[in-house]
Design a protein around this ligand. Structure first.
Ligand SMILES: *Cc1c(COP(=O)(O)O)cnc(C)c1O
Length: 380
């Protein structure tokens, strides 16, 4: 049996254990400490824009606290990109609010700005209220059309909570994803660009907001000698051990992104001449995906086979691939949520596939994937 090729695996630098050892040696085995402070500082320096970063237990926790800080509650509506992972939408429901799903455009596969504005107008007409927040997502690392989305958000004075869980290091007109909105969420889950084994962070615009985020993330304990509570809190802080892994990962972040982009270039070249297969590309030179995952679209009429045929064929070769995200408006759990759709994300879901893209994959691994797809094409 061939060696297993995974979609996206954790990829250590070797420095992680030094930071963890230091935490053990100094007995900082708690959800705060020098690694947490340093990791936050390094992330803030990395994303720039004078942002403040709070390290948390998960990207989902970051999105949740973003909504808490924006005052989202019972009876509110929050606009969310439909084409995404469920973790973008679930925290809206945690807050007792209603997700309003908006479909994608075809250039970036992210929130369609025109449809976003139509949605805002329609919600205002139907409910007499504006949605409380907008959650655009930079899916697979590809930056959403932030100029357009930001303009609309400003026009209606609705704050943006960016889901940049997959987009650490991606750039839009020279600015890092996660720094455009009121808040931005990052994830360090095991399959993301860098990992802390599990973790996330909330990018905040001001120090005051970062302080509030830390307050809510540590059970909302007021400043009293005894435990005094005036708000509902959460246990969402990142541990000093996990942050040690994060510090090790920061030393190779740029290298990992460069490798993901190289892998995307290898697929683009290797699959270029295969009829009916298109590799997702940056829509312009000002939009720079980190290419967390390289995705392809398969036109089965031209190719003679479907993306599901490719998935099954590669599975036999011990190569892991995955269909694109199933849109939230098609998920059974969200059937009752209002959705503004144009068919784009549903179509992408039907014809798209994510290819193995982890930064630890070798050129030979990528060639094996390309050869397997080429072989399938020759059989048709
Ligand atoms: C991974 C991911 C999240 C959630 O992050 P966790 O750290 O796994 O909680 C949220 N949104 C998107 C788009 C993701 O890919």
């Amino acid at each position: 049996m061939n060696k297993r090729i995974w979609l996206s695996l954790a990829h250590m630098s070797g420095r992680e254990q030094d930071f963890i050892k230091e935490a053990f040696d100094t007995n900082w085995v708690v959800p705060l400490g020098p690694n947490v402070d340093a990791f936050e500082k390094e992330l803030a320096d990395y994303v720039g824009q004078n942002c403040h970063v709070v390290a948390l237990s998960a990207g989902t926790a970051a999105l949740h606290l973003g909504l808490v800080l924006l005052g989202v509650g019972q009876g509110d509506e929050v606009i969310c990109q439909s084409f995404t992972f469920s973790a973008s939408a679930n925290p809206i429901v945690y807050q007792g609010a209603t997700p309003i799903f908006v479909d994608s455009e075809t250039d970036t596969w992210n929130m369609d700005p025109e449809l976003l504005e139509e949605t805002i107008k329609d919600r205002l007409k139907k409910t007499g209220k504006l949605p409380k927040a907008i959650i655009p997502v930079h899916l697979y690392g590809m930056p959403a059309k932030m100029n357009e989305i930001h303009k609309i958000a400003t026009r209606y004075q609705i704050p943006l909570l960016e889901d940049a869980a997959e987009a650490l290091g991606s750039e839009y007109y020279g600015q890092k994803c996660g720094t455009f909105g009121e808040f931005g969420a990052l994830s360090f889950n095991g399959n993301k660009i860098i990992t802390t084994s599990g973790g996330g962070a909330l990018i905040c615009r001001t120090e005051e907001e970062a302080k509030r985020t830390k307050f809510f993330a540590t059970q909302a304990r007021e400043n009293f000698p005894y435990y005094q509570h005036e708000h509902i809190g959460y246990n969402y802080r990142m541990s000093n051990i996990c942050a040690g892994i994060g510090r090790g990962q920061m030393t190779v972040l740029d290298k990992h992104i460069a490798r993901r982009r190289e892998i995307h270039a290898l697929y683009s070249e290797g699959l270029r001449t295969i009829p009916g297969i298109k590799v997702m590309q940056n829509p312009s030179v000002n939009v720079k995906s980190n290419f967390w995952l390289t995705c392809i679209l398969v036109d089965s009429k031209i190719a003679g086979y479907t993306c599901e045929d490719i998935r099954l064929h590669l599975a036999e070769e011990n190569i892991e691939t995955r269909p694109l995200w199933k849109p939230m408006h098609l998920q059974p759990i969200f059937t009752n949520a209002p959705a503004y759709v144009n068919g784009v994300s549903e179509h992408l879901f039907q014809i798209g596939l994510c290819l193995p893209s982890g930064s630890s994959l070798s050129d030979e691994d990528i060639q094996r994937v390309i050869d397997s797809i080429t072989l399938l094409q020759k059989k048709h």
